[in-house]
Design a protein around this ligand. Structure first.
Ligand code: R5P
Length: 286
């Protein structure tokens, strides 16, 4: 099979191509002076089946690039790997008259000949319901992260109480034998401001903590959690997430805390912190 790799997912595409023994094809792209996007494939693709791998970050640019590729190969059977599926926050109206961006993206992708979409730790698992025809596979990289840090921590902390994540970490804590707890986060739907609370009595003193989230965007969620754990006299914190967006270089703010010993994410978004590869996890489902 051919993997057509987007220019923002080069490392992961290369690893998957090697693991699966697939041929890797890339494209050249540039912007016209007005910002419009131009794409030229680096070679002709004859195969009838094709795997397109693109993460959707930065979202708007890469959604357009994805649409270019889907349209170009509309006569072929397409498998799609989108490690970071953008526009997955808004799967419903939280406030009256909000538009549902997750539904729009699904509707667009479903117009093409895509048979399977593999993604990783999609922000809201409900997004799956918008994919009526396509086989939507939502993998989790939490176990990869736990394995990466194995032996270094004795307590896992989640910075919020999102149900699916709590459930998954609970299962992993049984399998791998670590303690865990979660904080509670409240978000003001108008201002976006968040507040984080510790509801239960927990013993954190002198513990080595793996603080783990699905994504770090502005960094505010993780920083709130770091502040609480620092106050409780934790010994050290390893910060990790699946999708490292790190807006406005917020990794600097995170690493400013001496208690934070490392910051690591997966290569769903490729950057200087993406040290955990998703290649094995994804390859098993292709
Ligand atoms: C929220 O529900 C997610 O799990 C993340 O905690 C959140 O998206 C992180 O965003 P930020 O880094 O902007 O606080």
């Amino acid at each position: 099979m051919i993997i057509l790799a987007s220019d923002n997912s080069k490392v992961l595409s290369k690893e998957i191509a090697r693991l699966k023994n697939f041929k890797l094809v890339s494209y050249f792209s540039k912007n016209f002076p007005d910002g419009e996007i131009y794409i030229r494939l680096n070679e002709n693709i004859e195969d009838n089946k094709i795997l397109i791998l693109t993460t959707l970050y930065p979202a708007n640019e890469y959604i357009i690039k994805l649409l270019f590729l889907l349209e170009r190969f509309s006569d072929k059977t397409i498998s799609l790997v989108i490690p970071y599926l953008a526009y997955s926050r808004q799967h419903k109206e939280f406030l009256e008259n909000e538009l549902i961006s997750a539904k729009l993206l699904a509707t667009l992708i479903e117009k093409f000949n895509v048979e399977k979409l593999i993604t990783v730790n999609v922000h809201s698992s409900e997004v799956k319901n918008f994919y009526k025809r396509i086989n939507f596979i939502n993998l989790s990289a939490f176990e990869e992260i736990i394995k990466f840090f194995e032996g270094k921590f004795n307590l896992v902390v989640l910075p919020d109480d999102e149900e699916d994540r709590v459930k998954e970490i609970k299962e992993l804590s049984n399998n791998y034998g670590f303690e865990f707890f979660y904080l509670r986060k409240e978000r003001d739907r108008y201002s976006g401001e968040i507040k984080t609370y510790l509801d239960n009595e927990v013993s954190v003193k002198n513990k080595s903590i793996l603080l783990i989230d699905d994504m770090i965007s502005t960094g505010n969620t993780i920083i709130n959690a770091i502040k609480i754990l620092k106050k409780l006299k934790a010994n050290k914190i390893f910060v990790s997430c699946v999708h490292g967006l790190f807006l406005n270089n917020c990794y600097r703010k995170i690493l400013r805390y001496n208690i934070v010993k490392s910051l690591v994410c997966t290569n769903s978004i490729e950057n200087q912190f993406s040290k955990i590869s998703l290649a094995n996890l994804i390859s098993q489902r292709i």
